[in-house]
Every structure is written in structure tokens, then in C-alpha cells.
Design a protein around this ligand. Sequence first.
Ligand code: ATP
Length: 510
Amino acid sequence: MNADIFEKIIAHCKEYGFVFPSSEIYGGQAAVYDYGPNGVELKNKLRQYWYQSMTRLHSNVVGLDSSIFMHPTTWKASGHVDGFNDPMIDNKDSKKRYRADVLVEDYQEKIRGKIKKELTKAAKRFGEDFDPKMYAETNPRVQGYHTQIKEIDARLKAGLENSDLADVKALIEELGIGCPVSGSKNWTEVRQFNLMYSTQMSATDGEQVLYLRPETAQGIFVNFLNVQKTSRQKLPFGIAQTGKAFRNEIVARQFIMRMKEFEQLEMQFFCRPGTEMEWYEKWKESRIKWHKALGTPEAKYRFHDHVKMAHYANAAVDIEYEFPFGFKEVEGIHSRTDFDLKQHEEHSGKKLRYFDPEINESYVPYVVETSIGLDRLFLLNLCQAYTEEKLENESRIVLKFHPAIAPISAAILPLVKKDGLPEIAETLYKELKFDFNVHIEDKDSIGRRYRRMDALGTPFCITIDHDSLANQDCTIRYRDSMEQKRVKLSEVKAIIEAETSMSSLLKTLV
Ligand code: ATP
């Protein structure tokens, strides 16, 4: 793992106002974070990119904002009261608690690391003629590693699906997995642990126990008919919603990767039974295209089919990104069948059916879900953007965000705070501020101001100098190439618009 880079990214987030530990003055709160001024801009833009691509680019996807508190029977029906558990294991020596499946998955990741090493070695040995696919298929050692990964997958899946937790522990012992902190192999039994938070709400007839929603999806399911009828949608159609979710994650780690309070961007697509696999494939394709439009290279993503299928799904895949600590899930795409709607019908006694005029039949729709964690998406984009560059006489840290999601779209830098330059800056600022997040920066030397804007990921710096007065022009500096161009002040808006507007990014998807 590239721990060093990851530590630097975390420190960068704090220093530049992206992410702060929650309640820091009281010593912080584990696995809870706050987003600072630049973080909130990035987060809002990512949310906007998701929501607009869902609802504007698909005329059959509409929005919803359901509440965090829901009737408690919702969670009985959804299976969360009885089944939303993680298999936990404790190390008796270090007293650290882990998710048993994550320990096994980390072990598999190490085997994948060995495969990668083998391929790198072989590539060096064979030079230009090297065919990695052929090598992976024929080399006995690499094949052995692949078989090992598959066998571990099968065993873990069987253990979890059959609730044979003793065998999951046996697997950990047989693989010789030690505590990542102490190395000790002195493990407790594997136990199930429910992840929902509960709280009380006063009601006229006493106290009621409520849950903080662990996913936004159920708010969509219980509103299925309200939305379908009021938006006059025919099947297939989708409902998109963004919002907070809460999970009592015991093993919170890797910064904002796994938090107790986080935000989800979820879309449930309702379709005719029997067509779900077709939609599942379409959404898989559409979602990876959406990710790649942000400029992340294809090689940094992979699809990972679920080993342990959730109780509601008949197909499930994760989109994983290669973080500095390895490939990890960012988004889940699940074919949820009619499980949720049927459960809600049963528990509420209300029908949740759709009359399909094309086949003259009424049925409970099937659902394909795309579910992404906004915080993980944020972390993905930070990790991808964070670049340390050596320049001729110095170095710089630059966040190479896609310009449309950069917290600040452009910085206006008057060279000096006199001679009429601040006034030109102010006029330009007033022209741009209605469409873009622009900042005027007038402190420090111009070089230091450029470095600060690089570190925030600002795609454009617009420098106002003495020539600007006479010529009504300025220098526009491009963040990634550091190229500088002289342009008219009247041209600035169109240049920024072309690269940083959300519509320019959305257009790349169609
Ligand atoms: P994991 O296996 O990592 O616990 P999951 O499969 O339980 O995730 P889902 O229930 O499918 O996750 O949730 C959808 C998305 O929500 C995930 O892909 C992830 O991006 C995000 N997410 C889930 N749990 C957390 C968390 N504790 N903190 C931040 N994001 C999360």
C-alpha cells in the first residue's frame, strides 16, 4: 500500500480546507468528518454531476428527497433489523476488532499483489513481445494464485451465506491471517453485529424506537407509487435520491472511506419482471462511462462481482477504484428483484403494483439499483487528482481535478493592490460570480498564489497586470500545463465556461 501518499492526501485535505476531523477541539469523533469550504464545493459539484446526469439525461428518472426517519416497520420489512449484520472477529491479544470478510479480502488482495509482481518481472524479462494476458493464462504460478483466490472466494461465500461462522473463523486460521496491528493469530469466534443506529421519538402513546436510515433506498421503495403516479411515469422508470445514511461501522478506517455518517447517491430503476438483467447490464455500462467522464483512466477501475450476495439481490457487482491502499468499492449495482416492494406490501398491507397497459397485467416491478457513496467518490477524485510534480527549481503539489468539479473554477489575481488593478479584478469578479465559484486573491507573491491555487485544484488563474489597464486583457494560466496565454478580459467568461461548466461535462455523456 502506498501509505505515504495516502497520509499526504489526508494532511492536504486538512491544510487546504477540504476535510476536518469532526469535533476536533474535543479530540475528534472516530469515523466522522466535516467538510471545509473547498471540500463542500467539491462535494456539491460531485452530487450535482450525479443528480443532473440521472434526472436530466434520462427523461424517465425523477428525483425524491425522503426523510432520514422512517416508520420502524420499514426496516423490519427490508430485512435490516434481522439481517443487516457484519461478521466481526476480535483479536484477543491486541483487543482490536475486525470484519472477518475484510480480513479475508485483504489476504486475497495480497495474492493479487503477487500476481502483479510476477507480471512486472515477466514484462521486464520478455521485453516488447510480452503478452500479459497469455502469460497469466499459461504460467503455472500465476494460475495457482488465481485458483487460490477463487477457492477462498467460494469458501467465504459458503460460510457467510450458510451462516457457518465457525468455518469463516477456520478459513482465517487456515490462511494464517494475523492481526494487521499485532500480527497475533489469537482470534475470538466470528459473531454477527447489527449496523443500524436507533433512537427514541416521543409519541402520544409513549416512546417509539426509530432507526437512522442505513440506506436511502427504502425511502424510494415506500414512495414508489406516490412518485410513479404524480410524475406520470410509465415503466421502466427510475427514482434518484441523494442523502445521509448512518451505519455503526465497527471497523472504521481509511479516512472518509468508511464512516458512520455518510452520503449516498442512489437510483432505483423499476422495470418489468424478466427485463431486469438487460437493465442491469445497461446501468453497469452507463455508470462506468459516468465515472470515466471525470477523466480517470480505465485501468484504475474494475468490476468486482459479489461473493456474498445480499439477501435481496439476484445479481450484484461493485465498481472498484484503485485507491493508494488497493482496489475498493465505490459503487454497487444490484439487481434487487421484487424483494423490497413485496416485503413492503406484506408488512404494510398496501399494494405496490403497477398496471402495465402494454401487457394488460398488474405486477410488482423488479428493481435495478445503482448506489454510490458520495464521500468515497470524493476520496477517489482526490486520490486521482493529487500529483506531486518536480519543476525546474522547485516542486509543486497540484490537484488535477476535472475542471467541472474543481472547488474554485478560477482565481483572479491582481498583480499589485494599487494602480487600478484591484478595480479591474473586481469588475471581472462581478461578471463571473453568478455562474462560477471565483476568488480574488491579492495576497503574497504571484508565484505563491499560483502554488496555492494548484494545491486547491483551481483550473484557471487570471492575472491582471499593468498592461491590462491599457489593453483590457489579462494572462490566463492553465493549471496542468502551466501554460500562460494573453486573452481579452471579454473572452475570459467563455473560456471558463467551456471547461468548467457542468453542462460541458454532462455533454460528454451523450
Ligand atoms: P462495504 O462493502 O464497503 O461496506 P456496502 O456494500 O455495504 O459497502 P452498499 O450498501 O452497497 O455498500 O452502499 C452503497 C455505497 O455506499 C457503497 O458503494 C459505498 O460507496 C457507500 N458506503 C457504504 N458504506 C459506507 C460507509 N460506511 N462510509 C462511506 N461510504 C459508504
